[in-house]
Design a protein around this ligand. Structure first.
Ligand code: GN1
Ligand code: MG
Length: 374
């Protein structure tokens, strides 16, 4: 606990750290909510109270150059804030951009003696997150929030952002590392493992669709979020409107297809990606329709004909890819994703493969939904 308070205190120029507790369900970093006591009321009407911020220890195995991650976040947040100043949203609409908190000497992170990389972000109050889509309105809201996010970034040249995680969402590379890991570690024998092995074997060609289109010049790099799963969207507790898209570590150049695919794979799965009930996992096309309607209402301005042509593939590829990533990590002994038990990443992989199967089985219906949502 002392080391957490010490890390939190680096980002608190005034006031005292009253508490630090674990927060959220990230698979990569360690995240905490810090409570700070304000000694000095800021105005005469203010009572001395409590404030909150988010403290994170970055996983430097996953992000070996965390200072570049912070650089990208700062480029993004400054750009988004400028855009929102120039063109404010309609009245009654709230949109929050998380802020990077600095240490007293102006650093955007702090290294502790053991080499851990700590950073702090503002806490967005009056909002909540959900692991699964709650209703049609929620689906539309997260869709339009991703559209807003892409819109805010649409005039930022992707070269302004560093590639902080080379290979991220390049599905053929995940397939290649799966092959290597399988060769090196082998696979234990069980019905579940056999299902995964067979699933991958029979669908290897799915991996190349988006990267081929990129190489052929049909799809181009843009600034993306990289991880817009359902629980990274904040919804206003009173109005239910989406007010922020958090978790900015993977903001970097990529295909918008990775993002829309990721939101649909996570939102379209009503049982959620942590369910143990993998055999019942299905993609819900009506949730998909609502997310797409919300998204396309804002994304219409910048999507091209080719972008539309690959939207269906994106849903299937990103779902398959995440299954592949979880399964590879299971075979390797859980070195990337935090796992609560030995077979956790196997369970997660089964969920994604079952979901990808359902997405493929509904290909025609989903292509029709995309056509109608345009
Ligand atoms: C990881 O840590 P978290 O939960 O924000 C992962 C994403 C996956 C996601 C699946 C950097 O994100 O790519 O889609 O788990 N982030 C990284 O839940 O690999
Ligand atoms: Mg993330």
């Amino acid at each position: 606990m002392d080391h957490l308070i010490a890390a939190a205190a680096q980002f608190v120029p005034q006031g005292r750290v009253l508490g630090v507790r674990e927060y959220g369900r990230g698979n990569v970093h360690d995240t905490f909510l810090v409570t700070v006591g304000r000694d000095q009321p800021t105005t005469s009407s203010d009572s001395p109270g409590e404030e909150h911020f988010i403290l994170q220890r970055l996983n430097t195995r996953v992000f070996p150059r965390p200072e570049l991650v912070m650089g990208n976040i700062r480029v993004f947040t400054e750009h988004a804030r400028r855009r929102l100043e120039l063109a404010p949203l309609s009245p009654g609409r709230r949109w929050e951009v998380p802020q990077v908190l600095l240490t007293p000497d102006g650093q955007d992170h702090w290294r502790s003696k053991d080499g851990s990389f700590w950073r702090a972000l503002s806490f967005i109050a009056g909002a909540e997150t959900f692991d699964t889509i709650q209703n049609q309105k929620h689906a539309r809201e997260v869709g339009s929030a991703l559209g807003r996010f892409h819109n805010l970034l649409s005039d930022l040249p992707p070269e302004r952002l560093e590639d902080t995680l080379p290979g991220f969402h390049i599905t053929p590379l995940y397939l290649g590392s799966y092959d290597e890991v399988l060769k090196k570690f082998g696979a234990p024998s069980s019905l579940e493992v056999d299902y995964c092995l067979k699933f991958i074997q029979e669908r290897r060609n799915w991996a190349h669709v988006l990267e081929n289109a990129k190489e052929q010049g049909k799809l181009r790099l843009r600034p993306i979020h990289g991880d817009p799963k359902v629980n990274n969207f904040l919804l206003d507790t009173l109005s239910g409107q989406a007010v922020s898209l958090i978790d900015l570590d993977t903001v970097k150049p990529g295909l918008v297809h990775y993002d829309i695919g990721d939101l649909l794979r996570s939102g379209g799965n009503p049982l959620g990606e942590e369910t143990e009930d993998w055999e019942r996992v299905r993609f819900d096309p009506e949730i998909g329709r609502a997310i797409l309607k919300g998204y396309l209402a804002l994304a219409r301005d910048f999507l091209t004909e080719n972008d539309y042509a690959y939207l269906y593939d994106a849903i299937r590829v990103i779902t398959f890819e995440l299954g592949l990533r979880f399964f590879t990590d299971y075979l390797e002994g859980n070195v990337y994703f935090k796992a609560r038990h030995r077979d956790h990443n196997l369970s997660r992989a089964l969920v994604q493969f079952k979901l990808a199967e359902s997405i493929a089985a509904q290909a025609d219906a989903l292509r029709a939904i995309i056509r109608e949502a345009r």
